[in-house]
Structures are given as structure tokens and as C-alpha cells.
Design a protein around this ligand. Structure first.
Ligand SMILES: NC(=O)c1ccc[n+]([C@@H]2O[C@H](COP(=O)([O-])OP(=O)(O)OC[C@H]3O[C@@H](n4cnc5c(N)ncnc54)[C@H](OP(=O)(O)O)[C@@H]3O)[C@@H](O)[C@H]2O)c1
Length: 279
């Protein structure tokens, strides 16, 4: 087993701080192999979504690994279209069916589509029934969280947001953490089209610790309290990304990475769905 920390969410459920993301892992064996290799390497947390269309392949990878379901933390997400079309229950049921499981450990609203508060009420219902062990949101800005709070609804256990050295979320991260909403970093390495692992600042730190650029960035997330879910479909990289539990960054490294923040997103803005004129 890997030596990752367990983070206790606001309802007492524990989530491994480190996991595998499967966004853009192709439908079929690309995803099931990645999941199986990750579980063989000691990962116990998989992050998928309806919109990735690979929930069934995640289930297959889990089955092929032989690791018992109750040792694995599965996150999935209600798709934008399900929220927009108000097909909340159908969405949750379709994730449960595709993942071939009676319960999902963490279920998120994928993006803050206009009628997200009603979708959130449906997740609350499934949570109360036990089919979702914890519920959270993704890509929510302060105004979206304030709306849930104003309506007197349960606060999310996590907010999964774009966060990496070039986009450190200096306002949203403390806002969430002050309310015990844990931060999960997506595109933690910068994402496919904006990878940061070869940046000179990262490479300098990597050489100092005898590590790779990816390992340095993953360690930075762990050392700064983020839940981190790097994606790879390559066995050697899946193993490499998990070899981060035998070193720490020092104050100088942290200062170097802090200075890399340009506050620039690499992907969609959350405004895309509820204020499309700004997207
Ligand atoms: N909630 C949301 O809206 C949202 C949005 C985006 C992502 N996510 C989640 O966050 C996860 C991670 O984000 P992401 O997939 O966008 O980006 P990422 O993990 O930052 O980067 C993935 C890219 O890095 C490459 N890579 C991974 N490890 C590497 C290594 N050690 N050396 C060199 N290249 C490496 C991968 O290529 P190979 O696969 O070819 O190795 C892939 O192109 C997703 O998979 C998904 O689960 C959520």
C-alpha cells in the first residue's frame, strides 16, 4: 500500500488524499488497464465522471484487479446535461449502474449549471439514503457556494477545481478551507495541453530531490493540503506518480512554486454554464 494520508471530510468519511484521474482515458481497455495498474501500484482512489463515458471501464478495471470494492474510494460526477435537463435522479442511477455498485463514495455536481441548487437537493436525498457516502461540487465559485449556504443547504464535502502551480486559486482555496470544504485539485500537473512538469523551476527542484517534475508537483499538492488525482494511462507514469511518499518540499521549494502562479486557467471557466456570455 502507498503511504498516502487519509483526509476526513465534513461528514466523517475518509478519502485518500492521492488518487488516479481518468478524464480523457479512452473508453475500453485504456481506462480499465489504467485503473487496474493503479490499484496494483497501491492507489485506492479513482476519479471518474459520467461525462468521461468510462465509468463502466472503471468498474471493469476494479473487477480485474481483484481489490475488494470496499477498499476503493470511487468519485463520480453528475453530468452538465443531466443538470441542465433536470435529469438528476436518472443521472445518479446511471452512474450507480455503470459503476456496478450499490454506493458511490463521493458524488459531485460536475459544473455549476444554472439550476444546480435543485440538483444538489437530489444528491442530498441520495446521501441520506446511503447510496452516496459523501457529496460535493466541482468548479464552484464563491457565488455558487454562497447560494447553497443562503438556501440553508448542506455544504459540500469537497470542491474539485482546476489548481496547479500556474493557477493556485488564492481566493477560492482559503474560502473553501475556512468552511471545511476540502479542495481537490484537477489538472494538478497543468493538464494535457499545459503540462508544467518541464518548467525550469520545477526541474531545478526535481534535480535537488532526485525526483521527476511530475513527482515534485504532486508532492507540492500533498504538502499544501490538496487532494490530488493525476491522470495517466501509461503504466510507468502511473507508478512514477505514486512514488511521492518518501520526500517533502522545503521552504525554498514552496516559495519557488508559489512564485509560478500567473492566475491563468488552462481549461473551461466555470462561468461557461451559468453566465455563458463570459465563457
Ligand atoms: N472536475 C472537473 O471539471 C475536472 C476537469 C479536468 C480534470 N478533472 C479530473 O482531474 C484529473 C487530472 O486532471 P487532467 O487529466 O486534466 O490533468 P493532469 O493529471 O494534470 O495531466 C494529465 C496529463 O499529464 C500526462 N502525464 C501524467 N503523468 C505524467 C508523467 N509522470 N510524466 C509525463 N506526463 C504525464 C498525461 O499523459 P498520459 O495519460 O499519456 O500519461 C496527461 O496528458 C482528471 O483525469 C479528472 O479525473 C476534473
Amino acid at each position: 500500500m502507498l503511504d498516502y494520508q487519509m483526509i476526513t471530510l465534513n461528514n466523517g468519511v475518509e478519502i485518500p488524499q492521492f488518487g488516479l484521474g481518468v478524464f480523457r482515458s479512452e473508453v475500453g481497455t485504456e481506462t480499465s488497464d489504467a485503473v487496474r495498474w493503479a490499484l496494483e501500484a497501491g492507489y485506492r482512489h479513482i476519479d471518474t465522471a459520467m461525462m468521461y463515458r468510462n465509468e463502466a471501464d472503471v468498474a471493469r478495471g476494479i473487477r480485474e484487479s481483484g481489490v475488494p470494492r470496499n477498499e476503493i474510494f470511487i468519485t463520480s460526477k453528475l453530468a452538465v446535461q443531466s443538470i441542465a435537463d433536470r435529469k438528476f435522479e436518472e443521472g445518479v442511477e446511471s452512474s450507480l449502474a455503470a459503476l456496478k455498485t450499490d454506493y458511490i463514495d463521493l458524488y459531485l455536481l460536475h459544473w455549476p449549471v444554472t439550476n444546480f441548487a435543485d440538483a444538489w437537493r437530489t444528491l442530498m436525498k441520495y446521501y441520506e439514503q446511503g447510496a452516496l457516502r459523501a457529496i460535493g461540487v466541482s468548479n464552484f465559485q464563491v457565488r455558487h457556494l454562497q447560494k447553497l449556504e443562503a438556501e440553508g443547504l448542506v455544504l459540500p464535502a469537497v470542491n474539485q477545481i482546476e489548481l496547479h502551480p500556474s493557477f493556485q486559486q488564492r481566493e477560492l482555496k482559503p474560502y473553501c478551507e475556512e468552511r471545511n470544504i476540502r479542495i481537490e485539485a484537477w489538472s494538478p500537473l497543468g493538464g494535457r495541453d499545459f503540462l508544467l512538469i518541464d518548467r525550469p523551476e520545477i526541474q531545478k527542484i526535481a534535480k535537488k530531490h532526485g525526483k521527476t517534475g511530475a513527482q515534485v508537483i504532486i508532492r507540492w499538492h500533498l504538502d499544501t493540503g490538496n487532494i490530488v488525482i493525476p491522470k495517466s494511462v501509461k503504466k510507468n507514469r502511473i507508478v512514477e506518480n505514486a512514488q511521492v511518499f518518501d520526500f517533502h518540499l522545503d521552504a525554498e521549494d514552496l516559495a519557488t512554486i508559489a512564485a509560478m502562479d500567473t492566475n491563468q486557467r488552462s481549461y473551461w471557466s466555470p462561468d461557461r454554464w451559468d453566465e455563458p456570455e463570459k465563457k
